[in-house]
Design a protein around this ligand. Structure first.
Ligand SMILES: [Zn+2]
Ligand SMILES: [Zn+2]
Length: 181
């Protein structure tokens, strides 16, 4: 949905703070005892985010109302301040954290949730960057810009991944600019 300037950039302040708070909570008073498993949980959370991002974008944002309509606004006006309000995404992540903490050890629940949040923050940054930053031709970010521009403009739906094109390769939805275009 349409956001104010503060609302649009709030993720960049809120999420680093939440990641630090969750990590401190997860590591507890004796961090050395749980640090290794916690670190694996963080990596697992980050990797899981990339798949979740792909599925949310491909399925929810492109096929399910009312998200489809809201996402179509972004496709039509890519430079407008349109996004998910931080309080909604943070409430979902924190709800997931509570559910995980109920089912498993607090350090693992905190690690997975912190990893998911880091992945989300990376996605938010990448999506901002591919639309708003001017970058050198040939750089990896330039490739990401071209990939996402194709997502916005190609006649065949493609390139749903923003943080990475890995899942587009796996599910066969990746498309590159053909030479000369
Ligand atoms: Zn889209
Ligand atoms: Zn976009």
């Amino acid at each position: 949905m349409r956001l104010t300037k503060w609302g649009y950039y709030a993720d960049f302040i809120l999420y680093p703070a939440l990641v630090v708070a969750l990590s401190l909570h997860a590591l507890g008073r004796e961090p050395s005892k749980v640090a290794v498993e916690w670190a694996f949980a963080v990596l697992g959370g980050m990797a899981s985010w990339t798949l979740l991002e792909y599925l949310l974008h491909r399925v929810v944002l492109h096929h399910i109302r009312p998200f489809k309509g809201l996402h179509a606004m972004h496709h039509a006006h890519p430079l407008d301040l349109i996004g998910t309000p931080s309080w909604i995404s943070a409430a979902l992540f924190l709800g997931l954290w509570l559910a995980l903490a109920h089912e498993t050890r607090p350090d693992l629940a905190g690690g997975v949730t912190a990893g998911l949040m880091m992945g989300y923050l990376w996605y938010v940054f990448m999506h901002y960057a591919v639309h708003n930053l001017q970058v050198r031709r040939g750089s990896w970010l330039f490739d990401a810009k071209v990939r996402h521009a194709l997502h916005h403009h190609a006649d065949v739906p493609c390139n749903f991944g923003v943080s990475t094109n890995f899942w587009d390769s796996v599910f066969g939805s990746g498309r590159r600019c053909s030479p000369g275009r």
